[in-house]
Write a protein that binds this ligand. Sequence first.
Ligand SMILES: Nc1nc2c(ncn2[C@@H]2O[C@H](COP(=O)(O)OP(=O)(O)OP(=O)(O)O)[C@@H](O)[C@H]2O)c(=O)[nH]1
Ligand SMILES: [Mg+2]
Length: 298
Amino acid sequence: MAAKAMIRAPTEGSAVSSSPVAVESDIYPSYGACVDVTKVARGGRTVAAMKSLVILPTFNEAENIAEVLDRVRAAVPDAEVLVVDDGSPDGTAELAESWAAGHGGQVSVLRRASKSGLGSAYRAGFAHGLANGFDALIEMDSDLQHDPAALPELIAAVANGADLAIGSRYVPGGSIPNWPKHREWLSRGGNRYAAFVLGLQVRDATAGFRCYAAPMLSTIDLTKVTADGYGFQIEMAYNVAGRGGRIVEVPIRFSDRQRGTSKMSGRIVFEALGLVSWWAVRDRVLRRRSRQPEAISS
Ligand SMILES: Nc1nc2c(ncn2[C@@H]2O[C@H](COP(=O)(O)OP(=O)(O)OP(=O)(O)O)[C@@H](O)[C@H]2O)c(=O)[nH]1
Ligand SMILES: [Mg+2]
């Protein structure tokens, strides 16, 4: 049975209530047909033996959190969950803690003092996961737009050698059934722009449902990853690609938010656009120019 303990959290003014991990060697059912989940994973282990951490960032998700936790538990019974809550006034953190208390551990809540953004929440979750020896670190929204049933497939992709598995809306088999056309065009256009200017071979770099292999994640200096929201997702994918990492896109169905309110804003879209343009200029224009004299003299 899980013992509850307070340990020092990786960010100022935050605390995580934690519980030990139980790892068993069952094989998860496959969500789609992309990956053979029965294959032996990294280090000779089966997929289910990957020590996996599902990170759930929350800000005012009281209406969703219990169902999210129920469905994550059903999809990946052996995975640990870390809810990263930014002082939600609607009591999300308390609900997550009481869910954990009633379900025999493996769910922890990292409480942070105030709303600090999605990127910051994931950075805190990654730091916790890497410090605690997880093999696979998963990002997932807490509003059920990401179907927890896809978790085994994402973990399986990493178990089978991907450094980053992205739950993708824009590969064959992926879909966004209910989005208004203008939102889909904005998202598709943003992704095409980022892929083109950064030379990134990813169809859905803004997607926030993904699984990282810990060895790859540990090579990225998270203190230098500064973007939030969509920019954060692109920045992380760009970092993995820049290190020669293997990125796999697993098709997912991205549903509409049924309950609670969106926290995304125009500021986050513009931040992503501005940062992507800056990275392209910095890495593809300025660096190429600064390399030219060497190329000529050699
Ligand atoms: N900890 C934390 N979580 C956040 C913050 N902002 C958003 N979130 C969570 O991040 C996830 C994604 O946010 P959403 O508002 O659903 O963003 P989105 O899915 O791009 O936008 P919609 O499609 O409009 O829902 C949700 O689980 C939010 O509760 C934040 O500042 N801190
Ligand atoms: Mg959402």
